[in-house]
Design a protein. Structure first.
Length: 276
């Protein structure tokens, strides 16, 4: 269960995931430390945290599907480290975020854009900022400027905002495309692996006699890891070429000659016994 609480204080949002007991380990503590940066980001006018909290409520079906989304903040497709931690910590659906990010402009709060905005401020506004800096040297002026800069950004037009139903449908489309792409990548990777394995076995087929001698030498010097790899290759080659009976006979003959190396053959039996 997910729950989003809006606090009484301005810009206070409590987002809570209640479907599992919290983990009391170092990883969870590290996540909580990273989440502490979210408050600073909100104080600088970064509303992505608030929008993500709203998406969490959408995901939990706490928002009617007929409701319209709030203004989509810029930079939703490029979250900060703290925001990415929030997404992971609260298990916010990344397909839902991707769907929402389609209406999000690039975050304009970069150094150049901010400097241009400051340069174009009216002289009276610049004087006011300087007066505040002089009268309150401890003021976090950079954060205040950034918040004012973001506040001047034109919000998305209300007519262009989507309903919750639109977002959910779009998220499902994203999920289907992502899963289809994952399936295609997995199939491509498997095909490439099979082709590489075929080439490897083809090369082995040109030196089978030498490979059996190499296997026995590896067993003799207790290089069991390398021996296991080569034995598996010989077994797979035999299986491919329909010579498994010959493989079994050769392997048994090797075992009898290497009775002192029982460890290798016990390991082979453990790791390669037919599954019932």
């Amino acid at each position: 269960m997910f729950r989003v609480r809006r606090g009484a204080a301005p810009k206070q949002i409590d987002a809570v995931a209640e479907d599992e007991e919290p983990d009391d380990d170092e990883e969870s503590q590290g996540s909580l430390v990273a989440l502490a940066q979210l408050r600073t980001e909100m104080m600088r006018g970064d509303l992505r945290v608030a929008y993500l909290a709203w998406l969490l409520a959408v995901q939990a079906a706490d928002v009617p599907e007929t409701d319209t989304e709030p203004p989509v903040p810029a930079g939703l497709s490029t979250l900060t480290a703290a925001q990415a931690t929030m997404v992971e910590f609260l298990r916010i659906d990344e397909d839902l975020i991707s769907a929402a990010a389609e209406a999000s402009e690039k975050d304009a709060a970069d150094g150049r854009a901010l400097r241009n905005w400051v340069r174009e401020l009216a002289p009276r506004a610049k004087d006011e900022w300087l007066r505040r800096a002089v009268e309150d040297p401890d003021l976090a002026l950079g954060g205040e400027l950034l918040r004012a800069f973001r506040g001047d950004a034109k919000p998305a037009h209300a007519a262009g905002r989507r309903t919750v139903a639109d977002l959910l449908a779009n998220a499902e489309a994203h999920r289907e495309r992502r899963e289809r792409a994952q399936t295609e990548r997995a199939a491509k990777a498997q095909k490439a692996a099979e082709a590489a394995r075929t080439k490897q076995l083809d090369r082995l087929a040109t030196r089978v006699i030498a490979a059996w001698k190499e296997l026995e030498a590896l067993v003799e010097k207790s290089a069991y890891d390398d021996a296991m790899t080569l034995a598996i290759d010989l077994r797979d080659l035999a299986k491919r070429d329909g010579t498994s009976v010959q493989f079994a006979a050769r392997f048994e003959a090797t075992r009898k000659r290497q009775l002192r190396r029982r460890g290798f053959f016990d390991r082979w039996k453990r790791e390669n016994a037919p599954r019932r």
